[in-house]
Design a protein around this ligand. Sequence first.
Ligand SMILES: [Zn+2]
Length: 287
Amino acid sequence: MPEMPEVQGLVNFLDGRLTGVRIDRVMLAGIAALKTYDPPIDALVGTTITGAARHGKFVDLSTDAGVHLVFHLAKAGWLRFTETLPATLIKPGKTPIALRVAFGDGSGFDLTEAGTKKSLAISVVRDPAEVPGIARLGPDPLDPAFSRATLAGLLSGRRTQIKGVLRDQSVVAGIGNAYSDEILHAAKMSPYALAATLDDAEIDRLYAAVHDTLTDAVATASGKPPAELKDAKRRGMAVHGRRGEACPVCGDEVRSVFFADNSLEYCPTCQTGGKILADRRLSRLLK
Ligand SMILES: [Zn+2]
């Protein structure tokens, strides 16, 4: 799943490559992916892209007609850009392609989604804030205004686990399962630490970890074509997706905690004082 750094890389690519380019055709193959009906998706046809922007994990393509194409790639969605778009027709229901956008210069992109659980979300709006997921977003951690005091304010009073707080888009925008694992590893903090109970030194470490982890990942993602972003993300991970491997900081074995539909990874020595966290699938059964 692309998170803020990959989405920023994608946005940088689209902004540089598509600004000033005209939208020639729009083909919607996955009807369920389109979450809006006014303006209609055809309102994009004939417009010229004026830029690309990121809101949390949402991509926002603006046009000279004041209409925006906004999408959220969710768990299994991706954008596939080609300089020469094939002329073949796409058949709804028989392809992972949900939306194809063709440009005046012969290029185009497909928004694709693998798997059966469809959560790719496409909106056509006059103002990105009309998208409920964007309206709900908390502050962006790479916004220069996001200070240590901002983070401390977001944590205070939340008696919930820090892992969940970091992933909650309405608290802080753009961080998902992978980068929250990485941030907590960098901060040497248990994923189960309660947000409201962090002391000043812990908030210092967490703030630095949020900032540095995301800044580094955005730098890695920037300048890469969309096809290379997923691999770049995977390569940059210290613990996420690395169960059984050695922690790059201390050499201890990276462990997982499994939940119903995902898992988190952490290093016991770096983050939990050596304690092995319980498998949540089992605890669910025991409840
Ligand atoms: Zn470690």
